[in-house]
Design a protein around this ligand. Structure first.
Ligand code: NDP
Ligand SMILES: Nc1nc2c(ncn2[C@@H]2O[C@H](COP(=O)(O)O)[C@@H](O)[C@H]2O)c(=O)[nH]1
Ligand code: K
Length: 500
């Protein structure tokens, strides 16, 4: 990366800078390759943050299916994390995991599972209690597929079993191996289907033997032709898991890898501290054979010390997070663009990589983090406002759907993490909150799914690469030319939703 004009003398964040277009030989945005090349199985430079309001098994599976990676938070118990990893590993790679409801469920119950928005579907099946407990969906129990659009048009207490009409097209998983042919198969199977529920009519059930294993819509079949899933050595969806720096770090790291975690993230607010170095040496000595991400840091010194202790990827960012009050509480941190730039340069010299963590609100911020040298970009709050994040889907007084988010150093998170301690120890921990305890993250009605956000972000970033004349991340790192802008320059870049 180079600066347009002279090297800046103050630290910068994403809003301070812009990318300059330059002569390009890349003729199509679809020729761009977004692999982070950081030693993880990810094929996209996107990571979902290890926050309780962001990453759960459902979001992890959906993101990995498109090539991103999600980090299960360290606040889940070991048993919960192992169960989450097992669930992700059991999900289909080529088709979507089915969201299943019994016929007796109401439309309101279905709309707590999926938002009232385009592209959202639910499977209706009459399963036995034993099948429900085992997570099995016998193909014979399938009653049909309903879209959120249809569910939103009926009374809240309508039984979903009464709403399914006609038969759902079924395709065998074995016939869907080739992504391009699978798209055609979905189109052929749904052509001319009854259109009382147009969106559901464009979805197929996918069976393997006598079990329903997934669904596929035209959109998900199209996505499959564009993205490559992030998978482990056995071809199962990849997932990362976080550990803190306290407690029996070795036992937890070993257990997470034994459960199938593909990447370990050692995470604490102040990553450049002895406790972190100790934890990294302990984990390194186990020889687990997994990429080790560590943070958070914002300096080249931090990179040197953490890599020396065994980290292969550095998580960079102190204070930029949407739920984060660290800068206002402590004055500590660093504007994120400069933090990533310095850390990435130091990491490159050591053969290590950087994840830019926090402060991403637009696709441009992802492009700029990559321009600064990051291999991948971690997103928290933005992904909290999606159908797949773990929180309950809520509706505010204006009818807008939202989910709650909170910081991992907030009083709420600290209370959850240390609730088992005696009251005195808990009270001491609660003195140091550095995050927001409750925030409302609206679902974008046009982009309710994390996949919709991935589409939006990657299309922006692919385009950034071609403006810079880069076909892959390594070229983007060298070809990106960055200029400084005023606040007015930044404002000028925004679209105008109403006239002035
Ligand atoms: N990226 C960011 O800007 C930030 C991120 N976070 C996130 O919040 C979560 C919780 O992290 P964390 O609060 O570190 O909790 P942890 O449970 O990981 O514990 C942190 C440990 O470090 C010690 N410590 C020393 N100095 C500090 C400090 N300045 N801030 C925090 N701990 C310190 C603590 O001791 P003692 O409690 O006795 O001081 C404790 O032993 C993590 O996911 C973290 O990434 C939190 C803040 C900033
Ligand atoms: N200082 C704090 N930082 C926090 C807290 N919870 C999470 N985080 C950090 O934010 C990023 C995600 O950033 P976002 O802008 O995408 O939401 C996350 O990965 C953490 O590093 C907190 O309570 N305090
Ligand atoms: K902030």
């Amino acid at each position: 990366m180079e600066f347009l004009g002279s090297q800046p003398t103050v630290d910068l964040t994403y809003a301070d800078v812009f990318l300059v277009p330059r002569r390009s030989a890349v003729t199509s945005r679809l020729d761009v390759q977004l692999r982070p090349g950081d030693g993880t199985p990810a094929t996209l430079p996107l990571v979902a943050a290890n926050m309780n309001s962001v990453t759960g098994p459902r979001l992890a599976a959906v993101l990995a299916r498109r090539g991103g990676l999600a980090v299960l938070p360290q606040d889940l118990s070991l048993a919960e994390t192992e169960e989450a990893i097992r669930w992700v590993k059991a999900q289909p790679v080529a088709v979507d995991s089915p969201l299943v409801l019994g016929s007796e469920a109401t439309a309101a119950a279905a709309l707590r599972l999926i938002p009232r928005a385009p592209g959202q579907i639910v499977v209706i099946a009459d399963r036995s209690a034993a099948d429900v407990a085992a997570g099995r969906v016998p193909a014979a129990s399938l009653r049909g597929i309903l879209s959120a659009e249809r569910l939103a048009a009926v009374p809240a207490d309508a039984r979903v079993g009464d709403l399914v009409h006609g038969t759902t097209a079924l395709l065998a998983l074995g016939e869907l191996a080739d992504p391009r042919l699978a798209f055609d198969a979905v189109v052929a199977a749904t052509a001319g289907a009854a259109a009382s529920d147009a969106e559901a009519a464009e979805a197929v059930g996918v069976i393997d033997g006598d079990a329903l294993v997934g669904t596929l819509t035209r959109r998900s079949a199209l996505r499959r032709t564009i993205y490559s899933p992030a998978v482990d050595g056995d071809g199962r969806l990849a997932v990362a898991a976080a550990v803190g720096i306290n407690g029996d770090v070795a036992a937890k790291a070993r257990a997470l890898v034994a459960a199938g975690a593909d990447v370990l993230v050692v995470d604490t607010a102040h990553g450049h501290q002895e406790g972190m170095l100790r934890a990294l040496r302990t984990i390194g000595a186990l020889g687990l054979g997994r990429p080790i991400v560590a943070g958070n840091i914002v300096t080249a010194d931090g990179v040197h010390d953490l890599v020396d202790a065994g980290a292969t990827i550095l998580k960079v960012g102190v204070g930029p997070g949407a739920m984060c009050t660290t800068r206002m509480m402590t004055a500590v941190g660093r504007p994120q663009f400069s933090a990533v730039l310095e850390a990435a340069a130091a990491a490159r010299d050591l053969g290590a990589h950087v994840w830019a963590d926090g402060g991403v609100r637009y696709p441009r911020d992802v492009a700029l983090a990559l321009a600064a040298g990051a291999a991948s970009v971690m997103i928290g709050s933005w992904f909290a406002g999606t159908a797949e994040s773990p929180g309950e889907l809520l509706t505010d007084a204006d009818g807008q759907q939202y989910k709650e988010s909170w910081g991992m150093a907030s009083a709420k998170a600290v209370h959850g993490r240390f609730g088992g301690l005696d009251p005195y120890e808990l009270a001491r921990k609660e003195l140091f909150a550095e995050g927001i305890s409750s925030s409302k993250i609206l679902l974008d009605p046009q982009r309710p799914s994390v996949e919709d956000l991935v589409d939006m972000i990657t299309s922006g970033v692919r385009s950034s690469f071609t403006y810079a004349g880069a076909t892959d991340l390594a070229e983007f790192h060298t070809r990106a030319r960055v200029g400084l802008q005023s606040a007015a320059g930044y404002e000028e870049g925004k679209a105008l939703p109403v006239s002035w």
